[in-house]
Write a protein that binds this ligand. Structure first.
Ligand code: ADP
Length: 482
């Protein structure tokens, strides 16, 4: 079965968040289920620099107004198709923002071009490979099913995956004529959204199936509180909606072989974890290492509940804990965390920025990973925490609710607990969870058991890859019956 996956970021070529991890892990996870996946992504500077022996396979003289080439390149067994369009992607900054952190003004054209190219591939533009299924991720790939409906690939099944419904790709109506779509598509049943153009809405409207990254989030986005204006549409399409929890790449994230950490360890040989604890303490300027260290690896935003965490910074220290934060995001939150770190040198440490190796050491050397998100489609850092013995303390929402078993009395007795959950996302509820975690941490046997249960949890792609593969098969079977 041939599947084209379309995403705006794919680890290890380019990453700003969980989407990259997922899009990067799927090809290998699905290959064992007979899926031949190629991954289409934009040729940002960071991506172009990493390509090996790229081969031009499609040339466009006019892809939504720009010249472009699709380059094929296989790296570490993954087949990439890279949209090399210098006018759109050869520029400084991140995938979505410029060096000053402002959205690129032509993001609509950049990602419409990505989707247009995907549709061309679906229509047979490559000599030797035409996908049976097209899998589009998030709003940046949202127009893929829309373009496909207009041409030769209209009957090719499509899957639209929502990694975060808060990001919808909404633009003014003035861009519509530039998209090369018939006027009829600018309607309530198409990509029109309260007078604007919405890329995600278009994808959700036109895709054969919709998935999101956890069963709880699949239910949550059907409600006004989580649906961000699209709950009506999601409800209308509920029969085609599937919640499939993310796995993690257990080769990249394996404490027994991870080269980015200070010392390797495993469930069978946990002792060397201590070296990582020490290395982390040194990195953040902490002194003696016996106090429990709460870690945070996150975008610093309201969604992630970082404001609530910041309010509790003094309490954490008063309770005898430490806090190590790696992240970047809202300036006000960065400033508030910096001032907490200044108030508590040696107990609160902050690294602002994006640092992949440090994010691994945080998991290997921390005692708890804190994820106080107001909403969380799946969340990955709690899964890395499980695998690394960094006990998750999470809000009971979305994928956090699905992947962490709270250490309540029953779960503790049944030896299935893996972390701590709290709800709602308020300072009081979070404080109580931190207190519970610290109390358990002070009982070494109970703590070791909790860490062990987490490290034993299956966080691999095995089950979820099977679910994607089954969904693809279902869609193809349904198509053949038509
Ligand atoms: P989201 O995609 O909403 O940001 P996820 O938990 O799904 O959240 O995924 C976040 C991913 O980004 C994880 O792999 C996490 O380790 C990584 N990450 C987040 N912030 C940083 C950072 N400052 N440095 C390194 N990695 C980070």
């Amino acid at each position: 079965m041939k599947v084209l996956s379309v995403a705006s970021e794919v680890y290890p070529l380019i990453k700003t968040g969980g989407l990259a991890d997922v899009a990067g892990a799927l090809p290998a996870a699905l290959s064992t289920h007979g899926v031949d996946m190629q991954v289409l992504l934009p040729g940002y500077q960071q991506v172009m620099a990493k390509l090996r022996n790229p081969v031009p396979v499609i040339r466009f003289d006019d892809l939504l107004g720009v010249r472009a080439t699709i380059l094929a390149s296989t790296i570490d067994g993954v087949d990439y198709l890279v949209l090399d369009a210098p006018e759109l992607f050869d520029r400084a900054g991140g995938p979505y923002t410029d060096a000053a952190n402002a959205d690129h003004r032509d993001n609509w054209r950049r990602f419409a071009a990505l989707s247009r190219a995907a549709a061309n591939i679906a229509e047979g533009a490559l000599d030797d490979w035409t996908p049976d299924i097209v899998h589009a991720h998030d709003w940046q790939a949202g127009l893929t099913p829309v373009y496909m409906m207009q041409g030769k690939a209209a009957s090719t099944p499509t899957v639209m995956t929502i990694h975060n419904i808060a990001f919808q790709g909404q633009f003014g109506p003035d861009i519509f004529p530039e998209l090369g779509l018939p006027q009829s598509v600018f309607s309530v049943d198409g990509i029109e959204y309260y007078g604007d153009v919405s890329f995600l809405k278009g994808g959700l409207q036109m895709a054969t199936a919709i998935t999101t990254v956890s069963p709880t989030y699949a239910q949550e986005i059907r409600t006004p509180a989580f649906g961000m204006g699209l709950d009506g549409l999601i409800n209308a399409r509920a029969d085609s909606l599937h919640g499939i929890v993310n796995g993690i790449d257990t080769d990249v994230w394996d404490p027994a072989s991870d080269r980015m950490i200070a010392a390797n360890y495993s469930l069978a040989k946990p002792k060397k974890r201590q070296h990582n604890r020490k290395a982390l303490a040194e990195h953040f300027g902490f002194g003696d290492t016996d106090k429990p260290v709460f870690t945070v690896v996150s975008r610093l935003t309201w969604q992630k509940g970082i404001d609530v965490l910041t309010e509790l910074a003094d309490d954490i220290v008063a309770m005898g804990g430490r806090l190590a934060v790696l992240g970047s995001g809202d300036k006000a939150l960065e400033t508030a965390l910096l001032s907490a770190a200044e108030r508590h040198p040696g107990d609160i440490g902050l690294v602002i920025g994006y640092n992949e190796p440090l994010s691994h050491l945080m998991q290997a050397g921390g005692d708890m990973i804190l994820v106080p998100s107001r909403f969380e489609p799946c969340g990955l850092t709690q899964l890395y925490g499980l695998r690394y013995g960094n006990v998750p303390v999470v809000a009971r929402t979305g994928g956090l609710a699905d992947t962490i078993v709270d250490a309540n009395e029953a779960a503790t007795a049944a030896e299935v607990a893996t972390g701590f959950q709290f709800f709602p996302v308020t300072p009081d509820a979070l404080r109580e969870a931190l207190r519970r975690a610290i109390r358990t941490f002070s009982q070494p046997k109970a703590w070791a058991q909790l860490q062990n249960q987490g490290m034993k949890a299956d966080v691999s792609w095995d089950r979820s890859a099977l679910r994607y593969a089954s969904l693809y098969t279902e869609l193809l079977t349904a198509k053949s019956k038509k």
